[in-house]
Design a binder for this molecule. Structure first.
Ligand code: DX5
Ligand code: ZN
Length: 225
């Protein structure tokens, strides 16, 4: 199937040192970066927006960015985030929430818009949304993200019950990139890996770790098994 990788969420790093903090995690063995955009509307918090991603790209030119768009109107930021795509195709995934588009009947439109901008398409569901939402669009997306916490902030506890979504997806789509996000750390990663996730997001498990490379390598080994 698809490569097994660990992507730190930079939400919990010293944000004033974003480029250095991103590089530090990559040097410690991480494979890609998970960038959490929050608009203060879809979720209560505000983190950073497309321009910060564009700036970060200049410092980290050839690493895969998974942009997790916790925004009410994901269609609004497609063009701006696309500017951070980088030189090679496939280096950036625009991952948006089903809950933000489906009630307005816009999920298909946003998928098409992202493709028009040559980005990979990621679709994600919050814990209360059934896996059918991802199954419905799985043929058209590059990445399915199963949220293992309610989106909004780092440092929450992993919701184990979400593993049945991962199992269902993996069974139906052996080659799909399946990512988990929220509360993943060395103590919980095995559940996600066993269920079939191949992309592991970890925020506090990386940036609040005593030994960052130790934690990354434990998670990497778990997901490679
Ligand atoms: C939650 C974000 C996650 C989160 C990860 O809203 O999407 O990426 O910050 O952080 P941890 O691993 O600490 O839950
Ligand atoms: Zn995230």
């Amino acid at each position: 199937c698809c490569p097994a990788q660990v992507g730190p969420s930079v939400l919990d790093c010293d944000m004033a040192q974003l480029a250095n903090e991103g590089k530090r995690a990559l040097q410690a063995g991480a494979s890609y970066l998970h960038l959490d955009v929050m608009d203060g509307h879809f979720v209560p918090n505000i983190s950073f927006g497309p321009y910060v991603i564009e700036c970060l790209r200049k410092h980290i030119p050839d690493v895969f960015f998974d942009c997790h768009m916790m925004t009410s109107e994901p269609e609004k930021w497609v063009e701006k985030v696309a500017k951070a795509q980088g030189s090679k195709p496939g280096l950036l995934c625009y991952t948006f929430h089903y809950e933000a588009t489906e009630p307005r009947g816009k999920t298909q439109e946003v998928i098409d818009l992202i493709k028009q901008h040559n980005m990979k398409v990621g679709l994600t569901v919050s814990p209360d949304t059934p896996v059918e939402a991802l199954l419905k669009y799985a043929d058209q997306i590059d990445l399915a993200l199963v949220m293992t916490v309610y989106p909004g902030k780092g440092g929450q506890s992993f919701i184990e019950e979400m593993m049945s979504k991962v199992e269902t997806l993996r069974k139906a789509y052996p080659d799909l990139d399946i990512e988990v996000d929220g509360g993943v750390k060395p103590t919980t990663v095995d559940m996600a890996a066993k269920a079939g996730a191949n992309l592991i997001v970890s925020g506090s498990g990386v940036y609040k770790a005593e030994d960052m490379s130790h934690n990354i390598s434990i998670m990497q080994r778990s997901v490679e098994k």
